[in-house]
Design a protein around this ligand. Sequence first.
Ligand code: ADP
Ligand code: ASP
Ligand code: MG
Length: 443
Amino acid sequence: MHNHYLVMKFGGTSVGSAQRMHALVDLINDNRPKIVVLSAMSGTTNSLVEISEALYSKNTDKAKQLINALEEKYHQVIKELYKTEEGLRKGKELIENHFSYIRSFTLDLFTANEEKAVLAQGELISTALFHFYLSEINMPSVLLPALDFMRINEHDEPDLNYIENRLAKILKENQNHTLFITQGYICRNAFGEIDNLKRGGSDYTATLIGAALKSPEIQIWTDIDGMHNNDPRVVDKTYPIEELSFEEAAELAYFGAKILHPTCVLPAQKRKVPVRLLNTMQPNAKGTVISEKGSGRNVTAVAAKDGITAINIQSGRMLLAYGFLRSVFEVFERYKTPIDMITTSEVAVSLTIDNTQNLEAITNELKNFGSVKIDYHQTIICIVGNFTADKQGYAFKIFDALKNIPIRMISYGGSEHNVSVLVDSKFKKDALIALNNGVFNHQ
Ligand code: ADP
Ligand code: ASP
Ligand code: MG
C-alpha cells in the first residue's frame, strides 16, 4: 500500500517567481515520501487563455505578440532560477521547445482540442523547471507526468479507480524514490486527449491523488493562511478558520471561496483524508484543517458565487397540481443544466443556474408552463454553519444583518450547513460586509 505519501500542492503564486521556487525547497526538504503537485506560475494560464482567444478569432498577430511576451517572461525566470551553465541550458531548451509548440498553433486551424493542449503548457513548464532546479541543487526527484495517470471519464468526472491503479503501478516502479513532482490541472479525457480539470483544478489534482493513495494528509499551499470566514478580496477584517468539516468546506468551495476548486473536497471526503490549507509566505501559520471533525461553530463562514441567472415560472396550473415541478426539472435535465437554488410557492417557482449555454432553449420550453421571467447578474451569498433545526436565532441574525439589502430569493433548511440568499450582484459587496459586521462580531 502507498498510504504513506503526503500530498503537497503549491498554487500559482507559490511557484510565481524564481525566488518562490527556491523557497519551496525548505518546505519539501524532509525525508517524508511525498507527491508535490504544482500549478502553472501565476498569470501563465490567464495568458494561455488569452492566446487561445486570439487564435480562435484568427488574430494571429496578436497571438504571436502574446506568445513572445510570455516566452520572454520565462527567459527572465530561468536567469534567476539557475546558477549553473547546465541548469540554464536545460531551462532554455525547455522553454524554447514549449514555446515553439505553442507557436505551431498559429499556423493552422484552432479547435477545442488544440486549446486544451495550449492550456496544459503552464503546468508542464513549471514542473519541469522546478525538477531541473532540484537536480541543480542535488536533491533527487522524479517528474511524474500527470498525463500518464490523471483521467476523466466521458461525463468529465475524474476516474478514481483508473487514477488509483495507474499511480500504484507508477509508484511501484519508482520504489526507491521519495520525492515526486507532478502537474496539477491537466489530465486526459475518455478519448485519451489532453484535457483539464477546469480553472483552479490543481487543487482537484491534489485531492484526487491524496484520495487515490489514501494519504495521511493533503496539503494545499497558497498565498493566504487558510479558509477565511468571508471573502478577503471584498471584505476587510476577515480571519482564518482553524477547523472545517468536509461538508462546510465543500459548500464554501462550491459557492465561491476561491481558495479551493469547487469540487475538490469530494475525493478527500470520500476517503476521509484530511486537507490542510497553508500559506507559503507564512509557513508557520496554523491555516485550516478540513476533516470529519468540523468547526463546531454556529455560523462558520460566508462565500459568494457570481454570474448567477434566476428564472421565475408562474403558472395557475401549479395550484394543487402534482407533477408540475417534475416537468420543470425535466427541461433542465434535458439541457444538462444544473440548478443551484430553488424556492417555490403555490403558483410559482424560482430557481437559479450558472450555466446559461442553453438558456434560450430552456426559456422557450418553460413558456409552455406559464409566464417566465429572467433576472441576470445575480449573486448567491452562501452562509455556511451548523443550522440544525433545534437551534434558534441564526436565521434572525442573518436576516437582521441583511435588513438593508434587497433579497431576491432565500433558501433555508435544504441542508443543515447552508443558508443561501440571492441578491443582485451590485449588492454583493454590501451584503458580505453587512454579514461580517452583523453575524461574525457577535458570535
Ligand atoms: P492558488 O493560486 O494558490 O491556487 P488562489 O488564488 O486560487 O490560489 O486561491 C487563494 C485566494 O483565494 C486568496 O488569495 C484569496 O484572495 C481568495 N479567497 C477567496 N475567498 C477566500 C476565503 N474564504 N478564504 C481564503 N481565501 C479566499
Ligand atoms: N493553472 C490553472 C489555473 O490557473 C490551475 C490552477 O492553478 O489550479 O486555473
Ligand atoms: Mg487556486
